[in-house]
Ligand binder design. Structure first.
Ligand code: BG6
Length: 504
């Protein structure tokens, strides 16, 4: 039997969450307030949550049910009546994550909620804590038998936030800890980029049209550029970021997921298995860099004081929570190869950084030049290569770049752009990534979540780089002047191949 095609089904009529308790570990934290509660409120306001939906917060901070309900209301500017209604049933459990008493209390609250609110034993656990306690929480849940559904009809799932481990080995350990109590089908690993409409549109563009796929390969594509750029600095997350860096924070997950969707083969069906099987095959085909190759294919940098969007901004080492002699990279550029028939010889250049000139994520397919130009050199001076650019955010859309005749008596060709804009084409507003993913998790649709073999393959690509960077994962750093597109070393990476980064 084929699974439903959740990416292309009628969302409004079909997709309403069943009765369910969402247990959020890390309920007093930033992610819960900034992302989860607003997403849940939007789902409630759009009548996509069941009236038997209960949020149970768990965290170390002491708080009453009443205060937690107030936090839920304060997390959104104008709470809808539906959210206010639901919030009156929210519960809170305070306690240490390594204290069995916390989980016994949680068990009691869950039983009470089932009895009082009709949540039918359906449970979604959500790990939104610091990553160090993911494994202990999973362990104690298993210890109390909480991953086991209470009846045949009930479901129990666990959503795990990133980072999923610090390297290949720790990711495997984390997986083992989670799998102590939960089967793989119960584990929903989040990468919020997959919840973005435009990331899903990579699939729609490639596999719902007949004109792109025939040129989506080495015969026509000269190289691919994937950019995830942010204009913001590390902000208040210095403490966390110091131990992460751009390679772990963005490349291992968001960049490699976008790369997998761009490079994968067409799946037979657009369901969880079809898509994830093809993504994992694409990741498996990414060539692993040898220690010598790391030096020539990976550039790391850290931002120094500069100007972004008209404002002077501090260096990374001046940010709160960051050590003044920090060696953590805030920028990474890499050249990757995908060793298969479709992509052999086509470099995939990826880059990500904080304090770049603007916030922008895009995938650019750059095509080979025409094999022969029957014009004089003068006539084509303004002609660049053809490109198809998938603008993931902001200004979501697609641009096709090609040459056109400049109006006038002589034949001169210059590059022009044809644009598709989401905003102009559709009236519907895209749901926030977390709205989509929370609803999917409640509905039991894992298509947009990461399977364990994908995590493993992503770390397999990143791990050798971390190893070269040494025990502490500290790379040789180039300087990156805040507000510029990255260090010269990153430009040279492409110049060696006769290419250059797009400067959008
Ligand atoms: C998160 C990273 O996963 O993604 C952050 O931890 C980063 O460092 C964020 O700022 C970017 O997400 P978005 O949706 O704003 O592109």
């Amino acid at each position: 039997m084929t699974e439903p095609n959740p990416l292309f089904q009628d969302l409004d009529s079909e997709r309403r969450a069943p009765p369910c308790v969402l247990v959020v570990f890390g309920a007093s934290g930033d992610l819960t307030k900034r992302k989860l509660m607003p997403a849940l409120e939007a789902l409630a306001a759009n009548r996509l949550l069941s009236s038997a939906f209960v949020l149970v917060g768990v965290a170390r901070t002491q708080m009453s049910d009443g205060s937690f309900r107030q936090v839920a209301l304060d997390a959104v500017e104008k709470p809808s009546a539906a959210w206010q209604d639901l919030a009156s049933g929210f519960r809170y459990v305070s306690g240490g994550y390594d204290d069995p008493a916390t989980y016994r209390e949680l068990g009691r609250v869950l039983d009470a909620v089932d009895a009082e609110r009709g949540t039918a034993g359906n449970r979604l656990y959500y790990l939104a804590t610091v990553p160090e306690v993911f494994a202990p929480v999973a362990h104690y849940l298993a210890d109390l038998g909480l991953p086991r559904p209470l009846s045949e009809d009930a479901f129990v799932r666990i959503v795990v936030e990133k980072p999923y481990g610090r390297d290949l080995e720790s990711a495997a350990r984390l997986d083992a800890a989670i799998r102590e109590g939960f089967a793989e089908e119960q584990v929903y690993r989040i990468d919020h980029y997959l919840g973005k409409e435009t990331v899903q549109n990579v699939l729609a563009l490639r596999f719902a049209n007949s004109i792109f796929e025939p040129i989506w390969n080495r015969r026509y594509v000269s190289h691919v550029q994937i950019t995830v750029s942010e204009s913001l600095g590390v902000g208040t997350r210095g403490g966390f970021y110091e131990g992460a860096g751009a390679l772990r924070d963005i490349v291992q997950n968001h960049v490699l997921q976008v790369l997998a969707l761009t490079a994968m083969e067409p799946p037979a069906t657009v369901d969880a298995r079809g898509i994830r099987d093809e993504k994992v095959k694409a990741l498996r085909a990414v060539d692993i860099l040898s220690p010598e190759e790391v030096a020539h294919n990976v550039v790391a940098a850290q931002y120094v004081r500069g100007w972004v969007e008209g404002e002077e901004v501090p260096a990374y080492t001046e940010e709160p929570g960051v050590s003044p002699d920090s060696r953590t990279e805030t920028y990474v550029a890499m050249r990757l190869r995908i060793d298969n028939w479709r992509w052999a010889g086509v470099p995939f250049y990826v880059r990500t950084g904080k304090r770049l000139p603007k916030r922008m994520t895009e995938v650019a397919m750059e095509f080979h030049r025409a094999p022969h130009l029957p014009f004089g050199a003068d006539q084509t001076r303004g002609l660049g290569s053809n490109a198809l650019v998938l603008r993931i955010q902001p200004d979501e859309g697609i641009t096709l770049r090609f040459g056109a005749k400049v109006p006038g008596q002589v034949l001169r060709v210059r590059t022009v752009s044809m644009d598709f804009s989401y905003e102009a084409a559709f009236l519907e507003e895209a749901a926030d990534a977390y709205e989509r993913l929370l609803l999917d998790a409640m509905l039991g649709d894992p298509t947009l979540f990461i399977r364990s073999d994908e995590v493993e393959q992503s770390w397999r690509i990143v791990d050798p780089i971390l190893k070269v960077w040494g025990e502490e994962g500290r790379p040789p750093l180039a300087g990156h002047l805040a507000g510029t597109w990255g260090p010269e070393e990153a430009d040279r990476l492409l110049e060696q191949d006769g290419h250059e980064w797009r400067s959008p």
